[in-house]
Design a protein around this ligand. Sequence first.
Ligand SMILES: [Zn+2]
Length: 261
Amino acid sequence: MAGNLVLLLSVIGYLSTPDSAELWAGFAIITAIWLFMFSMVSIFLQRRPQRKERPKRFLAVGAHPDDVELACGATIAKLVDSGHEVRIMVMSQGENGGNAPRRIREAQRGAAYLGAQSHSVQDFCDTRLSESSNDMVAAIEQEITLFEPDVVLTHSATDIHQDHEAVHRAVMRAGRKLPSILCFESPSVGHDFSPKFFVDVEKYTDIKVEAIKLHSDQRTKPYMTGTRTKAIANFRGSQVKQKSAEGFEVMRLVSKTVGDF
Ligand SMILES: [Zn+2]
């Protein structure tokens, strides 16, 4: 519109003062170019700015040194690759199911392999975690206060392993003020385990298999094989029309945690 006005003024000027026609024409062209550039800059500035989301913090809490890798190792590797911060907290050293010092070392290697920024192993009594319920809650509360996680991942209430169930209860109590808690799929979840949130992990299943292999102290357990791990991932993937997935039960989940709604 403004360009047309300038052109009109130029024509009027040409007609009224023929001697200055070249001057008017030059003025019109320069003004039109300037207006065009101004319009382009305005359009650019009016575009919605690209929002940069801050990395999110995920705290994974397991009962034994290999639990987190087995249950959600692929998701953790994917979260780390996406720039998020992951901490792993293990509530026992697994001394009744293997060699504790060795299991601790293997857990640290597994967490490092997945890319977790932090890994800690508590020393609550393996197979008897329910007897340390209040102390576990206090330890998890302390970690939550320090880390301020956006999401906590832990065992399911359906899990039939007594330690897993005890950790679930402790996390629910310690995380009572948190907006998002998801429950992962350990090998010992019961038939009632029913995931409603899935993470596509097609590119991360092999990483999960390798992280589980690092727990050689537990290598004779039937659920430690790559075949079993991939079968579960394929099954969960089929439930959401993906090649491979990890499934989670949702205790609660706020929308900003999982993206734009
Ligand atoms: Zn376990």
